[in-house]
Each structure stands twice: as structure tokens, then as C-alpha cells.
Design a protein around this ligand. Structure first.
Ligand code: 3PG
Length: 305
């Protein structure tokens, strides 16, 4: 089978070497399309692909139509909002993710952004410490749990809200479960977002919710830009000069945020949460093994469509 790794943001070389080893040991061939600049390059590369490994790369109807041999797409990572699942199913293409494999990397970055915000973006002025502060984890999945683990090491009081995770599971890990997002935001000094981008969550992080943060509140977003109502957040930050927003997913309105709030807003230029050698190895090799298992034994454990 022909396996294509199509990554606009490439994995570390050690990870692609590992992927190649797994794929070739199983008798398949591997090709790489990295740092592509035009969709046409992806459309050409998928023509002969039986399997594709991607990151945040867009797999839409046009890409699926250009890939007549395609049987499986594995998103090396957690969020699969970049894949048109209905269209993949219509083409009989199995879509998987690799849950948890890059979670620690994203969680470490979330804590790094908290320190950056608490220390006033390292501008030389006196900041605050994380110790003793209340941290709210919005969605207690693989990343949220890792954030909780690390935050406890900082001496933070950790709270979480997750509509789908039972209270007992959260509390068994020494985290206080609250019963609504509203309660989380009004209780915590810092909220770290870990919700997926879905039709239900789109623009759900709005003025009414973020406005509940106490004075000096910090919002950390290592999730997706689509979950934020950017116009409302800009309006709220104009009214509340005490609020800070740190994001690893550049807003559509990045220029406005930067111009208006340069001393309390930061965005990475490109999503960096999962961009570590360890996360690339974990997620990339998991993706390769899932493809090998799918072709050899029909294993579909992490199928999402
Ligand atoms: C994920 O959903 O796994 C993270 O957002 C990481 O995305 P990336 O692989 O594009 O860095």
C-alpha cells in the first residue's frame, strides 16, 4: 500500500524516520509531502495514496475526490475538525485520530502560557505567581488531565468542567468538578480551554462567559480558534483592561488583538502545542501503527467516522 505523510507543519525528522520504519517493515511504501504551499500539491500527492497521515491538514471533499485509492486517513493528533467526516464516510474512507499521544506537549505549553501571562509577558514589571491560584480546566480530556497534573505541581487549586466526564472521574484525580461552564469561569483566576471545535462549541466562549472571570483573569487557548467569539472577546477586553488572552491558535482577528492589547495578548505564529520531538514521535508512530494494523488485521480502534 502507498502511505502518504502530508504535513504542512512537518514532524521532527526523528518522527518521520520512525514512521518510515513502521510502514516499510510492514511491506508498504512511504512518501512525504511536507511544508506544501498550494492545495494543488496535496491534490496531486493523494492520487495514488491508499493511506494518509495528517496533522491539521485539511481533508475536504475535493481532496477525497482526488484520492480514488484512499482507504484510511489518520490524524496524528487529537482534533479531527479538519477532516470532512461525512464525505470520508461517503467515500468509504476510515478516519482515525491518535488520542492522548500529544497531550503532554500541549499541556506543558498551556502552563508555559500561564506563566507568561502571570509575569506580564516578561516585560520587566512585577507579576504574580501561579501558586495558590484557582485554575479552571474547561473540558477534562487527555490534555485537560495533563494540565491538572502539572498545575498541581505549581501548587494551584484545580477545578474542571466537562459535560461528558463523570464528576467521580475528575474528583478521583484531586480536581474539584463544577457543574457548569459559568461556575468554572466565575470561580477561577485562570481558565484553560480544551474543548473540541464542533457545531455546538463554535463561538461558545463569549462575552457572557469570559466576563465572569474575576479581576485579573486569564484565558488560555490551546484548543481551537473557532470556539472563541472573537468580536465579543475584543469588546470585553476593551471594557476590562485587567483581562489577558494567551492563545496557541491565532485568531482570525490577530491584528486587532495585537494592536489593541499588545501588553496582555499573545499568539504563537503557528500552532506549537504539539510541536515537540516527543509528541511528533508518539503521534506519528501511533498513526503509522494504526495504518499497519488496519491493513493487516482490520483494526479500527480509533475510528471516528
Ligand atoms: C491536536 O488536535 O492534536 C492538536 O491541536 C495539535 O495539532 P497539530 O498536529 O496541527 O500541531
Amino acid at each position: 500500500m502507498n502511505v502518504l505523510v502530508a504535513t504542512d507543519k512537518p514532524f521532527a525528522k526523528i518522527a518521520t524516520d520512525g514512521i518510515r520504519k513502521e510502514i516499510e517493515a510492514a511491506g508498504h511504501t512511504l512518501s512525504l509531502l511536507e511544508k506544501y504551499t498550494e492545495k494543488a500539491q496535496l491534490l496531486a500527492a493523494v492520487k495514488t495514496a491508499d493511506a494518509i497521515i495528517i496533522r491539521s491538514d485539511l481533508i475536504d471533499a475535493e481532496v477525497l475526490a482526488a484520492a480514488p485509492q484512499l482507504k484510511i486517513v489518520v490524524r496524528a493528533g487529537a482534533g479531527y475538525d479538519n477532516v470532512d467526516l461525512a464525505e470520508a464516510t461517503a467515500h468509504n474512507v476510515c478516519v482515525m485520530n491518535t488520542p492522548g499521544q500529544n497531550a503532554n506537549a500541549v499541556a506543558e505549553l498551556a502552563l508555559g502560557m500561564m506563566v507568561m501571562a502571570a509575569r506580564n509577558l516578561y516585560n520587566g514589571t512585577s507579576g504574580t505567581e501561579l501558586k495558590g491560584k484557582k485554575l479552571g480546566i474547561h473540558a477534562y480530556g487527555n490534555v485537560g488531565r495533563n494540565v491538572a497534573r502539572i498545575a498541581k505541581g505549581f501548587g494551584m487549586e484545580v477545578y474542571a468542567y466537562d459535560a461528558f466526564c463523570p464528576k467521580e472521574v475528575i474528583e478521583a484525580e484531586g480536581v474539584t468538578a463544577v457543574t457548569s461552564a459559568e461556575e468554572l469561569y466565575q470561580t477561577c483566576h485562570i481558565v484553560s480551554l480544551h474543548i473540541p471545535a464542533t457545531a455546538e462549541t463554535k463561538h461558545s466562549i463569549n462575552r457572557a462567559l469570559v466576563g465572569r472571570l474575576p479581576k485579573g483573569g486569564i484565558l488560555i487557548n490551546t484548543a481551537r480558534k473557532e470556539v472563541i467569539d472573537e468580536d465579543e472577546l475584543i469588546g470585553l477586553m476593551e471594557e476590562r483592561p485587567d483581562l489577558k488572552y494567551m492563545t496557541d491558535v491565532m485568531p482570525a482577528a490577530n491584528d486587532t488583538f495585537s494592536a489593541k492589547f499588545s501588553d496582555r495578548y499573545f499568539s504563537t505564529p503557528k500552532k506549537m502545542g504539539a510541536q515537540t520531538a516527543e509528541a511528533n514521535i508518539n503521534a506519528g508512530i501511533a498513526a503509522a501503527r494504526q495504518i499497519v494494523g488496519f491493513f493487516k488485521d482490520g483494526i479500527t480502534q480509533f475510528k471516528v467516522n
